[in-house]
Write a protein that binds this ligand. Sequence first.
Ligand code: 5GP
Ligand code: ZN
Length: 136
Amino acid sequence: MRDEACIFCKIANGEVPSNTLYEDDGYRVILDLGPATRGHALILPKDHYADLYELPDEKCAEVMKLAKKMALRMREKLGCSGLNLVQNNGESAGQTVRHFHLHLIPRYDDGSKIVEWTPGNPSPEELAQIRDTIRG
Ligand code: 5GP
Ligand code: ZN
């Protein structure tokens, strides 16, 4: 399950070199080339799934377990005081590489916010309507 045109398929499967932090049969964890912070890493499945919508359920669980394992290691080795998990799906969400990846972004005490939004102020009726739409 590879996409020959996909750079993350090539990196995950070792055809293109990367700074690998961890590897097993299903995954490679690499340093991001354009890091948001020191130690910014990406979890890549070796099989090609464009995004979360395509990722099989069992892989979702494996990715989150691996994220925890890496988080513990990063806290110990880098001395970071926090961690953001970021996972973009689709262009509107900022996804630039269409091969599922989970960002692990270590945070340090002097850092600014990375995941930030201006809180909205919906009415109770709007919230109820959205709730009903999603619940179906
Ligand atoms: P996205 O915006 O799709 O969620 O994130 C893509 C990430 O992949 C970016 O943070 C970008 O710096 C990183 N990236 C893109 N190409 C490469 C590459 O060839 N090697 C590595 N290590 N990271 C890459
Ligand atoms: Zn791929």
